[in-house]
Design a protein around this ligand. Structure first.
Ligand code: ATP
Ligand code: MG
Ligand code: MG
Length: 550
């Protein structure tokens, strides 16, 4: 196997295959169905599915649904959809809740081995007794209950005899361990709430740290990849697999989670943005969710290439969110057709062009990709151009339209600005130009040069459209740092809506999610939520250029 451009996890896999520790690998992606997936999850998906694919192994999609309160089938469906959209398929689909019976039996086994006990301390007391890094913990007065008593109490916990929080089951390990996670962690708690999968069958639920290693072992996962914050849990992970006498022994490996500038990544925070109406749902184009990125117009290729570029390491860092934009441009510049759109329209009248007439002008569909061919764009006496492309009193080095100046219309003729029409408030509403028929693009005209080419649409043959321009939703560069509150960092100008026009030719058959490069404007995507038969809505994915270089 090639070890160049590898990463430490991939190298572990290669070692394990070469040393015949495993004949083949099994990985898993284990989301909790308590929200929509985000770009951080994409990093984990690319890693887990990518390894299985590369090494001809298997990968499971497992819903880690051991917490009855926060989970929902809506999330389950969205997660499946997002993983597939990213371009991955799973070998097996599992729900951790299907293992509740087995997990319960393993907990009973621990009790029988004298390695677990029922504790009556409250959650606060347990925390207090647990101690700190500097001082050892204190043993619970219930720690030395007999095996018989523990078996009986655990049975009664399951039977629903006690209220939430009245009792817990704890692993009996070491209250003086320097690793606080080993100071008798709680492994089962009482919760009288309905579960999306098991309904009211259970009123005791396993804790995540106990459930996860069992899930991995049950599925015979070879490499259980998780984020760094679980590093301290690894001793308990190994303890659980060993003491529960699991047949398969998975290995937990931790890597650094993805953080991005101007982005909050935790599902809990994203849910808050949705619940408080700050965004238009989980798939708002400003959200870092997979569904938000999809609606905004990001492609699966751009996300996968981004994940591959950022790599896998053990050191936490924050990635510039513009890096994802770079990969989007890379992906779309050869694929997305060029088109002309006017986002901030100003009427331009060619006074010497015959009234009622029009012509078709041939323009390439992608300057970088000749294979995409050409199209005919309608041209007539009245056009729309961008307001920005005109200045009544030009600043220095302004070469676009101003009274007396001549520019080229993309694919068309030279036009010279002669007059300016204003409304009663003094605002320019129309500019009057004359064109020179000899200057048509492609005619070989060499008589004189102009310094600017601007884009346009035919006012008599175009479609109205709405353009949604996005800026970062969060102003803070590193919003997930300690002590910062992301809700105080919301950018109130993160969505700017413009109404303008697009050329008919390129957008005639535009479907939801289609992507375009609007000349001089940016990459845009037909919004899947608000576009209707007679109202095209475009999301700006990214502007054309950025200063960012990877
Ligand atoms: P959140 O705090 O956003 O809810 P989580 O880790 O609780 O994240 P899970 O549903 O448990 O979310 O995540 C499923 C998998 O995705 C886990 O293995 C987790 O390690 C991984 N993951 C989650 N967030 C990131 C991230 N930012 N970067 C890389 N991997 C991530
Ligand atoms: Mg989690
Ligand atoms: Mg979480």
């Amino acid at each position: 196997f090639e070890r160049e451009n590898s990463n430490f996890i991939r190298n572990i896999v290669i070692d394990d295959l070469e040393n015949k520790k495993h004949d083949s690998i099994i990985t898993r992606f284990p989301p909790e169905p308590n929200g929509y997936l985000h770009i951080g999850h994409a990093k984990s998906i690319c890693l887990n599915f990518g390894l299985a694919r590369e090494f001809d192994g298997r990968v499971n999609l497992r819903f880690d649904d051991t917490n009855p309160v926060k989970e929902d089938v809506e999330y389950v469906e969205s997660i499946k959809n997002d993983v597939e959209w990213l371009g991955f398929g799973w070998d097996e689909l599992h729900f951790a809740s299907n293992y509740f019976e087995e997990m319960h039996d393993r907990a009973v086994l621990l009790i029988k081995k004298g390695l677990a006990y029922v504790d009556d301390l409250s959650a606060d007391e347990i925390r207090e007794y647990r101690g700190t890094l500097k001082e050892p913990g204190k043993e619970s007065p219930y720690r030395n209950r007999t095996i018989e008593e523990n078996l009986d109490l655990f049975k009664r916990m399951r039977a629903g005899e006690f209220k939430d929080g009245e009792k817990v089951l704890r692993a009996k390990i070491d209250m003086a361990s320097p690793n606080i996670n080993l100071r008798d962690p709680v492994i089962y708690r009482i919760s009288h709430s309905s579960h999306h999968n098991t309904g009211d069958k259970w009123c005791i639920y396993p804790m995540y740290a106990f459930a996860h290693p069992l899930e991995d072992a049950i599925e015979k996962i070879t490499h259980s990849i998780c984020t760094l914050e679980f590093e301290d849990q690894r001793p308990f992970y190994d303890w659980t697999v060993r003491e529960c006498e699991m047949e398969a022994i998975p290995r937990q490996i931790e890597f650094a989670r993805l953080n991005m500038t101007n982005t909050v990544m935790s599902k809990r925070k994203l849910k808050q943005l949705v619940d408080e109406g700050i965004t238009d749902g989980w798939d708002d184009p400003r959200m870092p969710t997979i569904s938000g990125l999809r609606r905004r117009g990001y492609t699966p290729e751009s996300i996968r290439n981004f994940c591959s570029e950022i790599g896998i390491s053990k050191a936490d860092s924050t990635v510039d969110s513009q890096m994802l934009d770079y990969f989007l441009r890379e992906d779309l510049q050869m694929k997305a057709p060029l088109a002309m759109a006017i986002i901030n329209p100003l009427k331009l009248v060619i006074t010497n062009y015959p009234e009622g007439e029009s012509e078709l002008i041939e323009i390439e569909n992608n300057a970088k990709n000749e294979e995409m061919g050409k199209r005919f764009v309608s041209f007539s006496r009245e056009l729309y151009v961008e307001r920005d492309d005109f200045m009544e009193v030009p600043v220095k080095k302004y070469f676009r339209l101003f009274p007396g100046n001549e520019v080229r219309l993309k694919g068309g003729y030279y036009v010279k600005c002669n007059d300016v029409i204003k409304d009663e408030n003094g605002e320019v509403i129309e500019i009057h130009c004359t064109y020179d028929p000899a200057t048509k693009s492609g005619s070989g005209f060499e008589g004189r040069k102009v310094k600017a080419t601007i884009h346009w649409v035919d006012a008599n043959n175009c479609k109205p459209a709405e353009f949604r321009l996005y800026e970062p939703l969060i102003l803070d560069d590193e919003p997930e740092n300690e002590g910062k509150h992301f809700l105080e960092q919301i950018n109130s100008n993160s969505l700017i809506v413009k109404t303008g026009f697009v050329e008919t030719s390129a957008t005639e058959n535009a479907k939801k999610n289609d992507k375009f490069q609007f000349i001089r404007n940016g990459f845009y995507c037909v919004d899947s939520k608000y576009t209707t038969e007679d109202n095209l809505v475009f999301n700006r994915i990214v502007p054309l250029k950025s200063s960012f270089k990877p």
